[in-house]
Ligand binder design. Structure first.
Ligand SMILES: Nc1ncnc2c1ncn2[C@@H]1O[C@H](COP(=O)(O)OP(=O)(O)OP(=O)(O)O)[C@@H](O)[C@H]1O
Length: 301
């Protein structure tokens, strides 16, 4: 029996242009559905429009980027539908933290260097949950940090006292603070040591099972995407050229570009390349080249 899947985001014919000296049609007529609780990977080479699509979905685009067509619908687990293009100003900002949160590659560098982690995490609650008591905020912040694998006594630390991996975990904790239904992650671990990267990804996959949010996960690292995603959309020159369940995409790619993309990763196709997809980042999962690097990242100063 197939389980019924409920959409959480429906992207309909979305087009985004950069209206610079020459117009760049960065996202062209993209339609896709993100289902509740799934991890949808977005693959494609540099410049194909992945980040532009992510920013377009979350309405974080800045000029010269403009949405020239289409819409994004959010279907809340509470049972209502919302057209994101109808939101603006404070409503949009509230929506963004509450229902959809984002984590970017450089997010860890956006922590305020002069504020303790506790102040920065608590600020999310003070702003969005003004009814919460101070004690409740403290407790929630401690829980959140532990959820992403950081000891709660780190709440008192300043960002420079934490390693890059820990700071990125703090950003993930912050993104999860209000229990969003969608998490958009754009190369969230790319700047990190590969061992730390794997640990964080494992936590994300566990947390989505526990908390039920859906993830749009963007990376140029196709082997990684095959491992963590339920479905993968392959993007090329602004368009989705193929979208399928990760194992199907890997074993029976239909589009010539998908085949080319797969063949550009030796770990997927080379002599060593019997890529094994386990469905989750278990301890025994092999990601080929990536497991040899020593775990230096988590040594905080
Ligand atoms: N501010 C801008 N002005 C003009 N063109 C832009 C701007 N930002 C991005 N582009 C163009 O839009 C297209 C899509 O870029 P985008 O950053 O979304 O791709 P990407 O797939 O996320 O790439 P990467 O993996 O390198 O981040 C590219 O052709 C890029 O050159």
């Amino acid at each position: 029996m197939t389980a019924v899947r409920h959409p959480v985001l429906t992207i309909e014919n979305l087009s985004i242009d950069y209206l610079a000296e020459t117009t760049v049609e960065a996202v062209q007529d993209v339609s896709l559905t993100l289902y509740r609780g799934e991890i949808l990977g977005l693959a494609g080479e540099s410049g194909c429009g992945k980040s532009t699509l992510a920013y377009g979905i979350t309405r974080l685009l800045k000029p010269p980027a403009f949405i020239t067509g289409g819409r994004v619908l959010f279907s809340s687990r509470e049972g209502y539908d919302l057209d994101l293009s109808e939101l603006s100003g404070d409503d949009l900002r509230a929506f963004r933290w509450d229902k959809i949160a984002m984590v970017f590659q450089g997010a860890m560098n956006s922590l305020n260097p002069v504020l303790r982690i506790s102040e920065q995490l608590e600020d999310v609650f003070s702003t969005h949950r003004p009814g919460m008591t101070k004690a409740e905020r403290r407790r929630r912040c401690g829980e959140l940090l532990e959820r992403v694998g950081v000891d709660r006594d780190r709440l008192r630390a300043y960002p420079h006292e934490l390693s890059g991996g820990m700071r990125q975990r703090v950003m993930i904790a912050m993104a999860l603070a209000l229990e969003p239904q969608v998490l958009v992650m754009d190369e969230p671990t790319t700047a990190l040591d590969v061992v730390v990267q794997r640990e964080i990804l494992q936590e994300i996959t566990e947390l989505r099972s526990e908390l039920g949010f859906a993830v749009i996960f963007i990376t140029h690292d196709l082997p990684l995407l095959l491992e963590i995603s339920d479905r993968i959309a392959v993007m090329r020159a602004g368009r989705i050229v193929e979208l399928d369940a990760a194992p199907v995409l890997y074993t029976q790619p239909k589009h010539p570009y998908t085949r080319r993309l797969l063949s550009s990763f030796p770990s997927l196709t080379g002599a060593r390349g019997d890529f094994v997809r386990t469905g989750s980042l278990g301890a025994d999962t092999s990601l080929e080249e990536t497991t040899q690097t020593p775990a230096t990242e988590e040594v905080a100063s």
